[in-house]
Design a protein around this ligand. Structure first.
Ligand SMILES: Nc1ncnc2c1ncn2[C@@H]1O[C@H](COP(=O)(O)OP(=O)(O)OP(=O)(O)O)[C@@H](O)[C@H]1O
Ligand SMILES: [Mg+2]
Length: 354
C-alpha cells in the first residue's frame, strides 16, 4: 500500500487510507459488584496505561503486546495504516472488546476487571457507528443521555445544551441522514461527551469531513482539552497528527514509535529530507529517484517530491542536483526541508515493512 502512496502525486496532506472495522457504542452498565473497592478517585492517575496488551482473532494477532502510557490532559494521536490494530486497541480500552492477554488501565481502573466503571467515565466516538439513523437529532442525544446515566430531571436541559453547543438548535427533529458529514460528526461528538467524560476516545472522527469542518471540529477538541479532558484520537490526516501533544505509530499490531510530534520529527528521521520542485514530469523523476542507491524514500507531495537521503551518503545533497540534471531533470530545484509528519509516517511504515 505504501508503494501506491509513494507514487501518487496528489497525496499531499491527504488521507492515507480507507476504512476498516466497526466499533460499537458504549453502553455503561450501572451495576457495581458489591464488596469491591470504590472507583479510583485520583485525577493524578495516568489516563491510560497498557502493558503487553494483546488481541488475537484465532491465529491472527491484531494487537501485539502493546505498552503505552497516556498522561492526563494529553491530545494523544494514534496513527498507523489500515488494519494495523488501532480500532481493536480502542475497543479494548473502552471495554467493548476483551483482551487476549495483557493489562489495560484507564483512569486508574482495570478495564478487564471493571469495564462498567470505565465506561461511565469515558466517551467513545466509534469509527463507523455513533448515531442511530432512525432517531432524530434530539432522540439520539436523549438515548445517549440515558445510556450515560443522566437523570430524567436534568435530561431536557442537558439535551438542549448539547444541541446548542453542536450548533443544531432548530434542527432537533431532523434525521442524521439529512445532516452533512461535518455536522453529523459534531452531533456524534455531542453525544459522546453529553456526560462530561474525563477521557474521550475518537476513532477517525474526521474521516470524510471537509477541511473547513475538520478545522472547526478540532477547535471543539481543543476546547475539550482546555477543560482538562484527555483525548485519544486516531487519524490518517497528517496535519491532525501535528495537532496532537503526543503520538504513537502502530504497525501490524505493534507500536513502532512514540513521542511528541517534534521529537518524532527530529529523532525518528535522522535522514536529510530534500524537496524537489519545478519538475515537468514528477512521476518520471520519482521513478528515477527511487532507483538511486543513496535515496532511501521518495514520495509525492502535491507537484513536489520529498526525498529522504540515506544517512551514510553525506555527499548526496550536493550531488543530487547535477545527477538530476544529467538524467534530464535540469529544471528541478532542490531545497532541504524539515521532515513533515507525512515524511515520518512514510519513513516509519517503510522501515517497519522491510
Ligand atoms: N472481530 C474480528 N475478527 C477477526 N479479525 C478482526 C476483527 N476485528 C478486526 N480484525 C482484524 O484485525 C486487524 C486490525 O483491525 P483494526 O480494525 O483494529 O485496524 P485499524 O488500524 O483500525 O484499521 P483502519 O485504519 O482501517 O480503521 C485487521 O486485520 C482486521 O481485519
Ligand atoms: Mg480503525
Amino acid at each position: 500500500m505504501f508503494d501506491r502512496f509513494r507514487r501518487r502525486p496528489e497525496t499531499h496532506g491527504a488521507v492515507l487510507k480507507r476504512l476498516g472495522g466497526r466499533g460499537s457504542p458504549v453502553s455503561p452498565d450501572e451495576a457495581t459488584t458489591p464488596g469491591e473497592e470504590s472507583p479510583a478517585e485520583s485525577s493524578r492517575e495516568p489516563a491510560v496505561i497498557l502493558r503487553g496488551l494483546t488481541k488475537r482473532f484465532g491465529s491472527f494477532t491484531a494487537v501485539d503486546s502493546v505498552d503505552l502510557d497516556v498522561a492526563r490532559g494529553e491530545i494523544y494521536g494514534f496513527l498507523g495504516p489500515n488494519g494495523c490494530g488501532k480500532t481493536t486497541t480502542i475497543r479494548m480500552l473502552t471495554g467493548s472488546l476483551v483482551p487476549t492477554e495483557g493489562a489495560a488501565q484507564v483512569l486508574g481502573e482495570d478495564v478487564r476487571r471493571h469495564p462498567e466503571r470505565v465506561k461511565r467515565r469515558i466517551g467513545y466516538m466509534s469509527q463507523k457507528f455513533s448515531l442511530f439513523e432512525d432517531l432524530s437529532v434530539a432522540e439520539n442525544l436523549r438515548f445517549y443521555a440515558g445510556v450515560y446515566g443522566i437523570d430524567d430531571a436534568s435530561l431536557p436541559e442537558v439535551v438542549r445544551e448539547t444541541i446548542a453547543a453542536a450548533g443544531l438548535t432548530g434542527r432537533e427533529d431532523e434525521l442524521p441522514a439529512h445532516l452533512s458529514v461535518g455536522v453529523r460528526q459534531r452531533l456524534a461528538l455531542g453525544a459522546a461527551t453529553i456526560h462530561h467524560p474525563e477521557i474521550l476516545f475518537l476513532d477517525e472522527p474526521t474521516s470524510g469531513v471537509d477541511p473547513i469542518a475538520r478545522r472547526e471540529f478540532w477547535d471543539r477538541l481543543y476546547a475539550l482539552a482546555a477543560r482538562g479532558v484527555t483525548l485519544f484520537v486516531t487519524t490518517h490526516y497528517m496535519e491532525e497528527a501535528s495537532n496532537c501533544t503526543r503520538l504513537a505509530f502502530m504497525y501490524r499490531g505493534r507500536i513502532i514509535a512514540d513521542g511528541t510530534p517534534s521529537h518524532i520529527r527530529t529523532e525518528t528521521i535522522r535522514h536529510r529530507i530534500v524537496e524537489v520542485s519545478g519538475l515537468r514530469d514528477a512521476d518520471e523523476a520519482l521513478t528515477w529517484l527511487e532507483q538511486q542507491p543513496d535515496v532511501q524514500e521518495v514520495y509525492a507531495a502535491g507537484a513536489r517530491l520529498h526525498v529522504s537521503l540515506a544517512e551514510d551518503a553525506p555527499q548526496a545533497t550536493d550531488t543530487l542536483a547535477p545527477r538530476l540534471a544529467a538524467a534530464g531533470f535540469g529544471e528541478a530545484t532542490i531545497t532541504p526541508v524539515e521532515p513533515t509528519m507525512e515524511d515520518v509516517f512514510v519513513h516509519l511504515a517503510t522501515r517497519a515493512g522491510t
